[in-house]
Design a protein around this ligand. Structure first.
Ligand SMILES: CC(C)(COP(=O)(O)OP(=O)(O)OC[C@H]1O[C@@H](n2cnc3c(N)ncnc32)[C@H](O)[C@@H]1OP(=O)(O)O)[C@@H](O)C(=O)NCCC(=O)NCCS
Length: 166
């Protein structure tokens, strides 16, 4: 059997309201509702909210850079790559674009928190040059399988990276 290959073009752009229904893969209805709130913050300039799409507009990854969490730095948040498309370099591509957004705002430091129960994500960030400097207990609202809300608590590693100039 002969294998044939083709390359598929992916684009990173600002997330819009129209992307939200197609991003249901990235989390619960509560998460999608939260994304609508984040979008409003992005419009106000408090964050960059990005989506990676195919040429037909199908979303394969998304994530944000928050400019208010750590004044003077960009904080990477809510990074997710569609499960069946992980380990292809899409997360790396998205983070590189986020760092570019930070540089274009004149910032020289990137920050992020990664859950201690997520060693694969931590390994990716380390590979990209992020260095752990502290840990913190964090919590946010989540939805159980039956849709009931609960407070999720998790220990996170705090990481940062000094961004090289252009
Ligand atoms: C963590 C996450 C964002 C990483 O995204 P990703 O697209 O899988 O990341 P990348 O493909 O760029 O890099 C990850 C892996 O792919 C490998 N890789 C990168 N480019 C590659 C390529 N071109 N060909 C083959 N493998 C490649 C890397 O070596 C790395 O190895 P691993 O599979 O052992 O981890 C993604 O797994 C995810 O969405 N996880 C669930 C949500 C989550 O944990 N988010 C992070 C919150 S902090």
């Amino acid at each position: 059997m002969t294998a044939h290959t083709m390359r598929v073009t992916l684009t990173v752009r600002d997330l819009t309201e129209a992307d939200l229904p197609g991003l249901a893969w990235s989390g619960s209805p509560l998460h999608v509702a939260n994304m609508a709130r984040q979008l409003a913050r992005a419009r106000a300039g408090a964050m960059d909210y990005l989506v990676v799409v195919t040429a037909t507009g199908t979303s394969v990854a998304k994530g944000g850079v928050d400019y208010e969490t750590h004044p003077g730095a960009g904080s990477i948040t809510e990074v997710a790559v569609r499960g069946e498309l992980q380990s292809l370099g899409i997360g790396t591509f998205l983070v590189a674009t986020m760092e570019e957004r930070m540089r274009s705002r004149g910032l020289s430091r990137a920050e992020l928190d990664v859950e201690e129960n997520n060693p694969r994500a931590r390994a990716l960030y380390e590979r990209l040059g992020y260095v752990a400097y502290d840990r913190a207990l964090e919590s946010w609202d989540q939805e159980g399988p039956d849709g009931s809300p609960y407070r999720y608590e998790t220990m996170c590693t705090l990481m940062r990276k000094e961004l090289a100039g252009r």
